[in-house]
Ligand binder design. Structure first.
Ligand SMILES: N#Cc1c(-c2ccc3ccn(Cc4ccc(CN5CCOCC5)cc4)c3c2)n[nH]c1N
Length: 243
């Protein structure tokens, strides 16, 4: 997969080159290119924003600069791209989104700042046949799109074959069965007088699976009842309902 990110703060995306994702890049599983939006300005001040028509707080990012940048970055007809625009007004980015995007050959992320990007940039891209996804990573307000891109790239990249050391990890993700995952434990067996639950040390795999499912149901009921509601009527068996 090829990922391009256009931003006025390229250094914000440096974490993508660290640790697991950095190793995936080094191993050629992922290609990441970060572009400085200001490279497409032509004025001495390298202006990327201007006042909003109709008034209102803050500034809006200029269409001319974004238009030229995306013309160049998206100019790869042999590699169809999906343009992703993080925004507080976007559709929710979920694990299902991450799985769908993990099948894409190329993702181009446009990181806005200020109050966002002039709407005509997205209209123009769609008019040219480019798939444009306006997405939000959560119901809180950030200062720009860069942090959201870090979140989304990590969520997508970890699903790519070979990126995670243990492929079962992605298959057994939280949300993969619609539930939150339960608690995890490692050595020592007792720590600050707190013991690992006996069932996990007993070696009875069926009992361990049941215990983990029960803890996942308990945690999901407590923290994310909306996920339970979203599960179909057949998702929970009698043992689940008894848990
Ligand atoms: N993904 C994601 C995000 C973002 C996100 C993503 C991209 C950009 C680009 C600029 N910003 C700042 C910004 C703040 C507030 C507003 C709304 N304004 C409307 C008029 O009244 C003032 C407020 C718009 C833009 C961004 C924020 N925030 N939260 C998420 N989950």
């Amino acid at each position: 997969m090829r990922i391009d990110v256009v931003t006025i703060f390229p250094s914000y995306l440096q974490p993508l080159r660290e640790a697991l994702l950095g190793r995936a890049i080094d191993r050629g599983l992922l290609e990441v290119a970060v572009h400085d939006l200001r490279d497409w300005t032509h004025d001495v001040h390298q202006a990327v924003d201007d006042s909003p028509y109709g008034g209102g707080p803050g500034m809006v990012m200029r269409p001319q600069v974004w238009g030229e940048a995306l013309d160049d970055v998206l100019a790869t007809p042999d590699l169809p791209a999906r343009l992703v625009v993080p925004t507080p007004a976007g559709r929710p980015f979920t694990q299902a989104t991450a799985h769908a995007w993990a099948a894409e050959e190329r993702l181009v992320f446009a990181c806005g700042r200020y109050e966002g990007i002039d709407e005509r940039v997205l209209l123009d891209a769609r008019a040219r046949g480019i798939t444009v996804d306006e997405v939000s990573i959560g119901d809180y307000v950030l200062v720009g799109g860069e942090v959201a891109v870090l979140v989304m790239v990590e969520a997508v990249a970890r699903l790519l074959p070979g990126v995670l050391g243990n492929p079962r990890s992605a298959a057994e993700d939280s949300f993969s069965d619609g539930l939150l995952e339960g608690p995890s434990y490692t050595r020592p067996e007792v720590w600050r007088e707190l013991a690992v639950p006996d069932v996990l040390r007993g070696g009875n795999h069926a009992a361990i699976a049941r215990w983990r499912r029960d803890r996942a149901l308990e945690r999901t009921r407590d923290r994310r009842p909306d996920l339970l509601d979203a599960l179909g009527p057949d998702a929970l068996d009698a043992a689940d309902r008894a848990a």
